[in-house]
Write a protein that binds this ligand. Structure first.
Ligand code: HEM
Length: 168
């Protein structure tokens, strides 16, 4: 069972990572040239970016994270490298969300929205991916680093939630 979930995790993370590299390239090549201000150029860019984002890359991200969470629970992994990996994955999710935001602005702006350079997003995606892969493959011993964290991050505080945060 674990092997199957891990296979799904690896297959879909390959698609997600490929998407986080391909989307900034598509944005640069198709979304930031004068051709995007023509009807055929705009339609081509919208189809390419919107469909890839909503039908391939986002579903791949959701399945990767779901399968990873299942592995996390089933294997009972709580090592500091695993928690650091979750932070690196959060970075990938932020880049993913920013790319989606830009794609949605191009649709809502009917060709008037100028996409900023996607180069920082590409570099950030590559850095977060490399960090995630390094953490999970090298499994470095981060216990000494975790021990440097302030006490309030390491111990439960035992405080009640403020009343305005309690839903009922
Ligand atoms: C919230 C998201 C994620 C969670 C909860 C998660 C969790 C996990 C867990 C628990 C394992 C099993 C580790 C082991 O057996 O040693 C694993 C394996 C793996 N994960 Fe993730 N993961 C997530 C996202 C990612 C992402 C985004 C990447 C790549 C960029 C990635 C790359 C890998 C790789 C390469 C393995 C196989 C490691 C091995 O078998 O040695 N994961 N993941």
């Amino acid at each position: 069972m674990i092997a199957l979930i891990k296979a799904v995790h690896l297959a879909t993370l390959a698609v997600w990572c490929a998407g986080l590299i391909a989307l900034p390239v598509v944005m640069q090549v198709h979304g930031r040239t004068p051709r995007v201000h023509t009807q055929p150029g705009f339609a081509e860019f919208r189809l390419l970016s919107h469909r890839a984002y909503t039908r391939v890359i986002t579903p791949a991200a959701v399945v990767t994270i779901t399968a990873g969470t299942l592995l996390f629970v089933l294997e009972g992994l709580r090592a500091p490298w695993m928690l650091a990996k979750l932070l690196a994955v959060a970075g990938m999710v932020l880049v993913h969300a920013w790319l989606g935001h830009q794609i949605s602005l191009t649709g809502e702006g009917a060709g008037r929205h100028l996409i900023p350079s996607p180069l920082p997003a590409l570099l950030a995606a590559l850095a977060f991916m490399a960090l995630t892969l390094w953490l999970v493959l090298a499994k470095p011993d981060l216990a000494p680093l975790a021990a440097q964290l302030p006490d309030w991050l390491l111990q439960p505080r035992g405080r009640a939630l403020p009343s305005d945060l309690v839903p009922i």
